[in-house]
Design a protein. Structure first.
Length: 150
């Protein structure tokens, strides 16, 4: 009888844990409208397929920015729900309004090199109503130390 009790409690715990909140990067398939060919979903296409940017060499303390330009090549409005960077030194600015099919928009990314040195690579995660939900952008820069008298 004791074993049945423990088995029942274990089952309840496992069942309650597995019904927790979904990961925010998961998209319920019912949200994406599709026809038989899957052609109704929005799709981001970056200008010249550039999804990474190398700033080259800068001096510590400089701020640099790059604008990633993209077009919605899908057949429904594209909505960017968030843009986050792998570090607070990198600030992405995504579009706030939906992007209609055929329309273009941009994501500006600013990098602050204060306190950084050598090669720095930062990832920017874009979550949108696309398939797949997550799009990764990347910036890279070589930060040289300031001379002591600067």
């Amino acid at each position: 009888m004791k074993n049945i009790f423990y088995l029942l409690v274990s089952f309840i715990l496992v069942a309650s844990c597995s019904s927790g909140p979904k990961d925010s990067s998961e998209l319920d398939a019912a949200i994406i409208e599709t026809d038989n060919n899957g052609a109704k979903e929005p799709k981001m296409q970056f200008k010249d397929d550039v999804m990474a940017w190398d700033f080259g060499t800068i001096t510590e303390g400089e701020r640099v920015e790059h604008t990633f330009k993209f077009t919605n090549v899908g057949n429904s409005d594209l909505v960017v729900s968030s843009a986050t960077a792998s570090c607070g030194c990198t600030i992405p600015s995504p579009p706030k309004e939906p992007i209609a099919p055929g329309e273009s928009s941009e994501i500006k990314v600013e990098f602050n090199s204060a306190g950084k040195s050598d090669i720095v690579t930062k990832d920017i995660t874009i979550l949108a109503n696309t398939n797949p939900v997550k799009t990764m952008l990347q910036i890279k820069v070589f930060v040289k130390k300031k001379a002591p008298n600067e």
